[in-house]
Ligand binder design. Structure first.
Ligand SMILES: CC(C)(COP(=O)(O)OP(=O)(O)OC[C@H]1O[C@@H](n2cnc3c(N)ncnc32)[C@H](O)[C@@H]1OP(=O)(O)O)[C@@H](O)C(=O)NCCC(=O)NCCS
Length: 180
């Protein structure tokens, strides 16, 4: 896999034109990334995440590429959005699925093509990584805006349903004691 990617292209937002640059996250992006994770959990699921836990979890990726990697989108030189890629081995396909997670574009920068550029960068990296068989992600069933975004960019809904069995809670849902 390429260690970095830079993808400059003007993005349009209304009548304005913007330069979007996609790059690998660095240690100095920790506060930006962790703040966005918390904002995303609140916006999409009304969950309050523990700031210290989120910082540790984010730092763990930044310090250990075996866990995955973050891409950051800078719009006109300012960090505007992000995603995380983790991988899952597929014995059916003798290769990896890359899971796109922690997708977030700061509200002020939305509908300017920022996520479109992030997605394009992941697609290019995946196409150049011989072990990668495909991209997957999950979205909250209520998050229609995200679903429309992924479908607009060519992703198709799978026939799978996500199940989970929590061992330890990591956040609090609004008005409740423990994360659901
Ligand atoms: C979903 C999200 C990542 C989209 O980011 P973005 O940078 O605004 O998306 P883009 O500008 O690249 O949009 C690409 C296309 O997706 C579609 N799209 C984007 N936002 C949309 C929305 N709110 N409603 C409907 N379609 C949307 C459009 O077709 C758009 O193309 P267009 O603007 O030319 O019509 C952003 O709204 C976000 O961060 N939301 C909150 C966090 C979140 O939901 N994360 C995903 C969790 S699974």
């Amino acid at each position: 896999m390429a260690s970095t990617t830079s993808n400059r292209r003007p993005a349009s937002r209304g009548s304005q034109r913007h330069a979007v640059r996609i790059r690998l996250a660095e240690a100095s992006d920790l506060a930006f990334l962790a703040g966005n994770h918390r904002a995303m959990a609140w916006e999409t699921e009304h969950r309050r995440l523990d700031p210290a836990v989120v910082r540790r979890g984010t730092r763990a990726v930044l310090h250990d590429p075996a866990r995955g990697f973050y891409l950051v989108a800078d719009l006109d030189g300012r960090p505007a959005g992000q995603l995380l890629v983790t991988h899952e081995w597929s014995d059916w396909r003798d290769g990896d699925f890359w899971w796109i997670q922690s997708v977030f574009v700061r509200p002020a920068f939305r509908r300017a093509g920022v996520y479109r550029m992030l997605h394009a960068a992941v697609s290019v990296l995946a196409a150049h990584a011989p072990s990668v068989r495909g991209l997957r992600l999950y979205a909250a069933s209520t998050n229609r805006a995200a679903q429309r975004t992924y479908e607009k960019l060519g992703m198709t809904r799978t026939g799978y349903v996500v199940y989970e069995q929590l061992v330890r809670g990591v956040g609090r849902r609004r008005g409740r004691g423990a994360r659901g």
